[in-house]
Design a protein around this ligand. Structure first.
Ligand SMILES: [Zn+2]
Length: 477
């Protein structure tokens, strides 16, 4: 979702011709990396830095021409535009220039691990996998007194098992080289063992795909471990922290998943131990979650992962014609055949999003909560200044949502998609008085996945699972 212009043109340069050449050379270097010709890309960046040192492109060339550097990117699997997908960026650490093709090959195996996971498999088409091509001068991992020059400063951590970790600042710097990404990286450290995850970065030792989904639970889902075994030393008296999947009191009312307990979702309870603590922590299931040693995520973790997906992705991918805001003065004029609308929605693997349409006279159209407005203080005459609590929520993926406004009338129509996920609706003018009308389309994910006893998402107070668009239509005399 974040965009960064890395190839910005400097329009006021003294020598526009050399500027042009520098732009072309940068494009060529990036193209070579995309084609897997990494040595050629590296040579071009170095040439760029030498020939045009005073251009913005020359500066990029200098950075990317280093012995350990970012060389470019390529799509491993693209399901849609980055604006409305969750982009996972795959990075190799400790891969020398002649080993980068092997990393590209390893990256090809990553999407299928997600596809085979229950949650990510259901929402597979919501994901993109992008390879970042990083070259390392050395192929070792720092630790035990050795120091290697690698792209992400990989080092052996002070855990009992010697987990591999990388420098998150270095990961951020590499992500900044990419025009479109969501701050979610999966790093494969060539010579490391075991994995770590957190803050948008999952690190996998070697090609240990078995640990990847668990680390993604940390890095993308913000989830805690559900096992009790301690992985590294800690201060005396340290206590577990409350999180989505960790309670710090046995009281079900106080539990972060109390809504699951109230809804009596099978398999969810209060089980002692978690977050690498035997005492003082409780987890939702008896130890079968992927955040422990299980293969699938427990219902509590699953809900969080789905909710987070909808903070990157809007259920509505595209709408034609361009929707009108509620306050828009524009309208579409209905012809004899009425007006036709098309809405493209995202498509989970085994269930379909619900799509409902309404045609409402202007005076009965509900005003939605404006998600573009920030929370602000308002004062009414004679009253003290009070904070008006905003109903708008911003998710970790940056999408701003508000609870959907209730629509009292029954939907005019509910539609099914064609093979491309396109829903078509034609507003007929038959029996309608001349005047202004609001056509509304509301898309909702029930999360009632095939084979599941209960919806995957039990509570969605913010309104992440729903998206509504509207248009104004005028029927003339
Ligand atoms: Zn769990």
């Amino acid at each position: 979702m974040k965009a960064l212009l890395v190839t910005a043109l400097c329009l006021f340069a003294v020598a526009p011709q050399s500027e042009d050449k520098a732009v072309r050379m940068l494009e060529k270097a990036q193209k070579r990396a995309e084609q897997g010709k990494f040595d050629e890309a590296q040579a071009l960046y170095r040439q760029l830095a030498k020939k045009y040192p005073d251009t913005p492109q020359g500066v990029i060339g200098k950075r990317r021409g280093k012995d350990s550097a970012y060389l470019g990117q390529g799509d491993v699997l693209r399901h849609g535009p980055s604006e409305n997908r969750l982009d996972f960026v795959l990075m190799g650490e400790g891969y020398q220039i002649t080993e980068m093709a092997a990393f590209a090959k390893l990256a090809e195996d990553v999407p299928d691990v997600f596809r085979r996971n229950e949650v990510f498999g259901e929402y597979y088409s919501y994901l993109n996998f992008i390879r970042a091509d990083l070259v390392s001068a050395d192929n070792g991992v720092d630790g035990y007194g050795r120091d290697y020059d690698t792209a992400l400063n990989g080092k052996t951590l002070g855990t009992f098992a010697g987990h591999v970790g990388i420098d998150r600042v270095a990961v951020r710097q590499m992500l900044q080289e990419m025009p479109e990404q969501d701050g979610q990286a999966i790093v494969f450290a060539k010579l490391g063992i075991l994995g770590t995850g957190g803050g948008g970065v999952a690190t996998i030792g070697g090609r240990n795909m078995a640990t990847m989904i668990h680390e993604i639970g940390h890095s993308y889902g913000g989830l805690s471990d559900e096992y009790t075994a301690l992985q590294a030393g800690r201060k005396k008296g340290a206590k577990p922290s409350r999180n989505t999947n960790i309670a710090i009191s046995e009281d079900p009312e106080e539990s972060p998943w109390s809504h699951f307990l109230k809804a009596k979702v099978r398999g969810v309870g209060m089980h002692p131990g978690g977050a690498q603590f035997v005492k003082g922590a409780w987890r939702p299931t008896a130890g079968k979650c992927a955040m422990a040693a299980g293969r699938v995520f427990c219902p509590v973790c699953r809900e969080e992962l789905v909710m987070r997906l909808y903070s990157y992705c809007d259920p509505i991918d595209a709408a034609v014609p361009e929707p009108h805001s509620f306050d828009s003065k524009e309208d579409l004029v209905a012809g004899r055949r009425g007006v036709s609308f098309e809405v493209t929605v995202l498509q989970p693997a085994t269930h379909e999003l619900e799509v409902d349409w309404w045609v409402l006279p202007a005076n009965r159209a509900p005003r939605p909560i404006d998600v573009t407005k920030r929370e602000k203080k308002r004062s009414k005459k004679g009253q003290s200044v009070a904070t008006v609590k905003s109903q708008v929520t911003t998710g970790p993926g940056g999408r701003r949502v508000a609870p959907p406004v209730p629509i009292k009338a029954k939907p005019t129509k509910s539609t099914k998609p064609n093979n491309d996920g396109v829903h078509k609706f034609r507003m007929s003018t038959k029996g309608l008085e001349p005047g202004r009308y609001r056509v509304m389309c509301r898309v909702h994910d029930t999360t009632e996945v095939r084979g599941s006893r209960a919806p995957w998402v039990v509570k969605d107070d913010g309104g992440f699972l729903t998206s509504t668009v509207g248009w104004w239509v005028r029927i003339e005399e």
